[in-house]
Design a protein around this ligand. Structure first.
Ligand SMILES: NC(=O)c1ccc[n+]([C@@H]2O[C@H](COP(=O)([O-])OP(=O)(O)OC[C@H]3O[C@@H](n4cnc5c(N)ncnc54)[C@H](OP(=O)(O)O)[C@@H]3O)[C@@H](O)[C@H]2O)c1
Length: 251
């Protein structure tokens, strides 16, 4: 079985390639760094030759509204077209829990557009919706920072470790297409402001974190449960405190 991981050099992609290789599957990391560009189509026919499954864990270099929409629409169209030509039997993609509730945000509108193309396409698919990665704490803070202060809504969030995301994506990758969406999340719930405060403190980041019910999350206002998965989500095992302890002692 040959699996091609689009975005295989990224945070999730590099971990996913390692997990897939441990399971003795032929797994190839594809990204602009290895001569495969889904925006231009460069390198796609060659890398997809003989592939039975393609996993898309790429991300847009820019989160600006127009750029991110262009990235996910064009790259997904090119990828699905190349997969059809190569007779790939399964397209797996990673999106975000609650994307459909975050339409005030250009980033999440682009993720929804990506999902629509996959659902309407001809390739059998599996979609995973993951909650925010622990590794994303600093980026969330950066997007919410003005001066020395990060403003975050004190809403519920159930983040997870990128290692647990990779294991869950690998499991779906080696299975039959679901033609459906499954949710994955972490084992604990936090308040978003508390999570970011705790994360920044552990990283030695001096920014002040202020709770603000109307603070926007990548352009979207959040409700109490907007970021939470449903009851049937599969939960990763890694606790935030354990991950923080490992990541701040240089794992
Ligand atoms: N961050 C979160 O908390 C979160 C939560 C749930 C879901 N997600 C989703 O998880 C996915 C992966 O995120 P990540 O943080 O692992 O991404 P990342 O570390 O930013 O990696 C992005 C990857 O995309 C590749 N890429 C960029 N432009 C490309 C192009 N034109 N053609 C092919 N590949 C291209 C990059 O390749 P190069 O290295 O060659 O540039 C890199 O391998 C995203 O789709 C995101 O929406 C994220």
């Amino acid at each position: 079985m040959k699996a091609v991981v689009i975005g295989g050099t990224g945070l999730i992609g590099s971990k996913l390639v390692t997990v897939l290789l441990e399971q003795v599957h032929d797994s190839v990391a594809a990204s602009p760094n290895s001569g495969v560009n889904t925006l231009t189509g460069e390198g796609l026919p060659d890398v997809l030759e003989g592939a039975s499954v393609v996993v898309d864990v790429s991300n847009s270099p820019s989160f600006e509204d127009t750029a991110v929409m262009e990235f996910f629409e064009t790259s997904t169209r090119n990828l699905l077209e190349a997969e059809a030509a190569a007779r790939v039997g399964h397209h797996v993609a990673l999106s975000v829990v609650g994307a459909e509730r975050l339409t005030e945000s250009g980033y999440f509108r682009a993720k929804i557009a990506q999902e629509k193309l996959i659902k309407r396409g001809s390739i059998p698919y599996s979609l995973l919706h993951a909650t925010q990665f622990f590794e994303f704490v600093k980026s969330i803070a950066d997007a919410a920072t003005d001066g020395d202060t990060a403003r975050l809504a004190p809403v519920l969030i159930q983040p997870m470790a990128a290692d647990d995301v990779a294991v869950a994506v690998a499991k779906v990758t080696v299975g039959a297409p679901l033609n459906d969406t499954v949710e994955i999340a972490g084992p604990q719930q936090f308040r978003l402001d508390d999570l970011i405060r705790q994360g920044l403190r552990a990283l030695g980041d001096p920014r002040e974190v202020v709770a603000d019910a109307h603070a926007r999350y990548f352009g979207a206002e959040l409700g109490e449960r907007t970021l939470l998965p449903g009851e049937r989500a599969e939960l990763g095992a890694t606790q935030f405190e354990d991950w923080l302890a490992l990541s701040t002692t240089g794992r």
